[in-house]
Write a protein that binds this ligand. Structure first.
Ligand SMILES: N[C@@H](CCC(=O)N[C@@H](CS)C(=O)NCC(=O)O)C(=O)O
Length: 216
């Protein structure tokens, strides 16, 4: 049986959701972002940068959510345009765009939530990241206007990207992004997404609906 190394509320949800879409069974091994265990030799043997997710599958371990998504779609031959096909470049662009956006979200998470004491935070950096996040959201909003999914049909690019939506609306208000909001509703209606969320163990990161950027 495959094993997904997972933290509730983290990027491993992308993989759990994709495995649900593919109908692939997986066991979860739960880790914590804050107890130091991701820096342990045991975990770094699975994921050298000490990051979630890592997936034990097909007799090996794969780290990096984008690499896992590409591997799963290639080996299972589903939910991605075939390499060399016309839509493949679009698929790859949005797969990697999702990580550009997730990295901005991660920086905002660190500043708003994890960094202590509060005086250690950089308000100029938080302001810059919030603006950079809004730019990615404007691009996504324009792309989704008039379409249901990232590509013509639902694909693994949606698993990579839609994971970001809950976080993005905690730092940039949803007003002004109706296409993203409608896309989120379509994602939430997918049975595989609902099954993944049920298994994922909720969210261990956010305690507020919205994180206001103050001048403090
Ligand atoms: N590019 C990597 C990023 C992985 C990543 O940063 N994961 C976060 C959880 S969402 C993590 O493990 N954070 C722990 C840390 O930064 O120490 C991927 O997509 O897998």
């Amino acid at each position: 049986m495959s094993v997904l190394h997972h933290v509730p509320g983290s990027r491993s949800l992308r993989v759990l959701w994709l495995l649900e879409e593919l109908g692939e069974p997986v066991d979860l091994r739960i880790w914590s972002l804050t107890d130091g265990s991701l820096r342990s030799p045991e975990f770094r043997a699975l994921s050298p940068a000490g990051r979630i997710p890592a997936l034990e599958i097909d007799g090996r371990v794969i780290f990096e959510s984008g690499a896992i998504v590409e591997y799963l779609t290639e080996t299972r031959g589903r939910l991605a345009p075939a390499p060399g096909s016309a839509e493949r470049a679009d698929f790859l662009e949005w797969l990697h765009f999702a990580e550009t956006q997730a990295n901005i979200l991660q920086s905002l998470n660190i500043h708003h939530i994890f960094l202590r004491p509060e005086s250690a935070r950089s308000v100029p950096l938080m302001r810059l990241d919030t603006k950079r996040l809004a730019v990615t959201m404007q691009a996504l909003e324009a792309h989704l206007t008039g379409r249901n999914w990232i590509l013509r049909d639902f694909s693994a690019a949606d698993c990579m990207l839609a994971f970001n939506i809950d976080a993005m609306f905690r730092f940039v208000r949803a007003e002004g992004f109706p296409a993203i909001a409608a896309y989120r509703a379509r994602v939430q209606a997918r049975p595989a997404y609902q099954r993944a969320l049920e298994r994922a163990g909720g969210d261990t990161i956010y305690t507020q609906e919205f994180y206001e950027l103050t001048d403090g």
